[in-house]
Write a protein that binds this ligand. Sequence first.
Ligand code: WQD
Length: 340
Amino acid sequence: MKNILVTGGTGYIGSHTTVELLNKGYDVFIIDNLSNSRKEVLNSIEKITGRMPHFLQLDLCDREKVMAFFANNRIDATIHFAAYKAVGESVEHPLTYYRNNLVSLVNLLEAYEKYNLDNFLFSSSCSVYGDQSVLPIDESAKLSKPESPYGNTKQIGEEILSDTIRVNKFSGIALRYFNPGGAHESALIGEYPLSPPNNLVPVITQTAIGKRESMTVFGNDYDTPDGTCIRDYIHVVDIAKAHIAAVERLLNKKNKNKFEIFNLGTGKGNTVLQAIQAFESVSGVKLNYKIGERRAGDVVKIWADTKLANTELGWKAELSLDEIMRSAWKWENQLMNDPS
Ligand code: WQD
């Protein structure tokens, strides 16, 4: 069976993708430095799939160790999730983000060159689009300067991948996630913020369960139906399944270009208040929130044009905003019962 390297595989999207890969019969090698995830996730993955992935705790910024890994393991494709991803933190510590997110990518690509490897999937983000006037947004849109160093590492990462692929034999795909949320139906894996989260879905569930006193809606004076920002919230399991479609496109040589980019969204936008209302209706919990000032760097509205992924990957998001909130709430409750 094919061997797939999943960097950041004990993380949020990485663990959900590992579950889908194991369920499809692939052998999975996880490399993770556990800087923002827990090793116990491996046991949860085994509980869900009945299979334990290979695991190596390793910092991808360590070039020697990365080269040694590929010298000792036959890898048929790599899905590269490992990166720091807190937008606000990246503004405070830009060099930490540029070093970690870009040196790790360069090391992996140097190994690809050295060992003549093929099939590289890069975890990118709708953050590369910045504020856009034409919506829904498609992959051919002219990118504007991302709002944060985090978003910039994704934009630069896509360019590094594209330039490297151009002068090598291997192919690659960048997947631009919109706003991932929710958790696996088993509630054995989910978003596990080791530090207080900034993104909306876990802020909602932590407020509802009492881990946080209250939450703030960052601004309700935007040019949107209810004045709050619009985002394309997509279930993490839908995102994971898109990775299977993308890695199989490469493994089966179905890609039409050596470097391809796909949006991973639902194609539907929801406001912050609509997201809160969805949570309240599926959980039965009245959320304690207040309206506050706008958050610096927030894009007013963005949602995906998903036609390319639908037609080329044969993939379409199937789970609703309600399902995102239902599964996120189930996961938050499970965490409370098992805070290990
Ligand atoms: C969503 C909306 C906030 C928290 C994220 C990731 C980024 C990328 C895209 C993957 C905004 C509002 C939030 C709160 C609020 N994903 N909000 N109160 O900023 O779109 O970016 O998705 O790569 O990495 O950070 O997501 O969840 O932070 O914000 O009102 O306490 O919710 O203002 O309008 P964002 P978010």
